[in-house]
Write a protein that binds this ligand. Structure first.
Ligand code: B1M
Length: 210
């Protein structure tokens, strides 16, 4: 069995310690951080996502896998971030109010940091007011909102509307993303940028800041 398959299987079983040990082993054996992320960790998340959809696993198992995923990503972080890149701008990121999914959001933050963007991560369950306060505090040029639930996607419109209400809509680019978010949805709520995945989100943010 390849080490990527071993990592994927341990992740699906929520074995956090085993996952981090195997990720470290793969790094020590010179596997690239991108390959570990895509071929082991995200591959494992894809399988558990499919099982969750089909009611073959339930919230506790998925939660354990998510914890293992986040711990492994922290280990990969220094390897995915280009060293010595000059900070090129600021972004504030968060998962919108009512939504606790953070893996995709963490990945977007990681990739943006990798491109030299200073990222303030507000975590999950972030209200429009919290995005706005962080924008003022940090002087950010980009607000990045993640949402994974049909029931919380509308919160992204609240973020756009809140900036409009405060008279600051033209001072910021609002980026949206998440499994069910589309470019049509972005247009419908008046946000500026949509990206289907973390790597494209980081490229898009970089091009805006440049
Ligand atoms: Co939840 N969940 N979940 N869940 N969960 C989904 C989203 C779901 C699709 C599962 C399903 O198939 N039924 C479904 C939503 C259905 C819908 O709304 N239509 C669902 C549900 C229903 C729920 C609960 C309501 C379940 C319950 O309690 N009965 C509940 C809600 C809790 C809440 O948030 N209030 C819930 C809970 C959970 C867990 C806590 C168990 C766990 C989250 C743990 C955590 O995140 N720390 C969890 C998980 C893990 C999932 C699935 C299985 C996997 C999500 C994930 O992390 N994927 C998910 C199924 C699925 O998505 N197919 C599911 C890996 C991650 C890398 O992908 O987040 O999509 P993703 O990010 C991608 C892109 O979307 C993009 O980049 C990433 C890839 O590069 N992206 C952005 C994300 N954010 C972006 C922002 C950007 C740009 C791109 O710009 C700003």
């Amino acid at each position: 069995m390849s080490i990527f398959t071993e990592i994927s299987e341990a992740l699906q079983k929520g074995k956090r310690k085993v996952v981090t040990e195997l990720v470290q082993k793969a790094l020590d054996e010179n596997a690239s951080a991108n390959d570990i992320l895509n071929n082991a960790l995200l591959a494992g998340m894809d399988i558990i996502s499919e099982k969750f959809k089909n009611n073959e696993v339930f919230v506790p198992e998925v939660l354990m896998a998510a914890k293992a995923m986040n711990e492994a990503m922290a280990l990969l972080k220094p390897h995915l971030t280009e060293q010595g890149v000059e900070p090129m701008g600021k972004a504030v990121i968060g998962t919108v109010k009512g939504d606790m999914h953070d893996i995709g959001k963490n990945l977007v933050a990681l990739m943006m940091e990798g491109k030299g963007i200073e990222v303030t991560d507000l975590g999950v369950d972030v209200s429009a007011e919290m995005f706005y306060d962080a924008f003022e505090r940090e002087g950010a040029q980009i607000i990045a909102c993640s949402s994974l639930l049909t029931t919380t996607m509308g919160e992204m419109k609240n973020v756009v509307d809140y900036f409009t209400q405060k008279g600051k809509r033209d001072d910021v680019k609002i980026m949206v993303g998440g499994a069910l978010v589309t470019d049509n949805f972005r247009q419908s709520i008046g946000a500026d940028l949509y990206s289907p995945d973390a790597a494209t989100a980081a490229d898009l943010a970089k091009s805006i800041l440049a």
